[in-house]
Design a protein around this ligand. Structure first.
Ligand code: VGL
Ligand code: ZN
Length: 205
């Protein structure tokens, strides 16, 4: 079993754990609620080592271009300052969580937490070199965030048990995971409260 030793340079990045993306929300991800428990474990793991926790959120104006009324693909969701846009209260976010708001203006959509947010610079200033990515949804914002993270030169740990997919087309989530791994993300899983490499997901020997 290959344990991942967390230390300086590590950070946790939780993608879009907002009420609208949970079952019953405006754009509920099927079984999205199942990620809350593992993400809370991840938060505890990183906080125990005083490592930074980042949480991105979709933070749209009411007339955002991704909404159907504007010709976009989605129902209205995550409108800034509404209950749907709030992080789920079941998430054990500490007051020092660094919140990253994205797609905050009407004409621009952003699936990636790196897109238009200054996140790469913020991470570098903090000395972060490796981010563990988890959250919703695997096939949209998690996918684009992880790929951008790699593009920006960060090592990316992927926590599949702590993410769920929209699966507009069946298999979208699995294909997204395959894409992230093929670009160099390392799959990890929680084992007895620690992170270990997930060799079952095609990591190279
Ligand atoms: C997302 C659809 C629309 C996501 C955001 O967070 O994955 N999906 N906006
Ligand atoms: Zn959105």
């Amino acid at each position: 079993m290959s344990a991942i030793i967390l230390g300086p340079g590590d950070a946790l990045l939780i993608v879009d754990l907002q009420n609208d993306f949970l079952p019953g929300g405006a754009l509920g991800v099927p079984r999205g609620d199942e990620v809350i428990a593992p993400i809370n474990q991840l938060i505890a793991l990183y906080r125990a080592r005083s490592l930074p926790v980042y949480a991105s959120r979709d933070w749209h104006p009411h007339d955002h271009c991704s909404f159907a009324a504007q010709g976009g693909p989605w129902p209205p969701h995550c409108v800034a300052d509404t209950a749907g846009a709030a992080f789920t209260s079941e998430l054990a976010l500490a007051p020092d969580t660094i919140v990253v708001s994205k797609a905050v203006t009407a004409p621009v959509d952003a699936y990636s937490a790196f897109n238009g947010t200054g996140l790469a610079e913020t991470l570098r200033e903090r000395g972060v070199r490796r981010v563990a990515v988890c959250g919703l949804a695997t096939d949209y914002c998690v996918l684009n965030t992880a790929l951008d993270g790699i593009e920006h030169g960060f090592e990316v740990l992927l926590v599949p048990e702590a993410m769920r997919a929209v699966d507009v087309k069946p298999g979208d989530g699995d294909r997204a995971v395959t894409r992230m791994l093929s670009r160099g993300a390392l799959p990890v899983r929680l084992s007895e409260g620690k992170l270990v490499a997930d060799l079952s997901l095609g990591a190279q020997p």
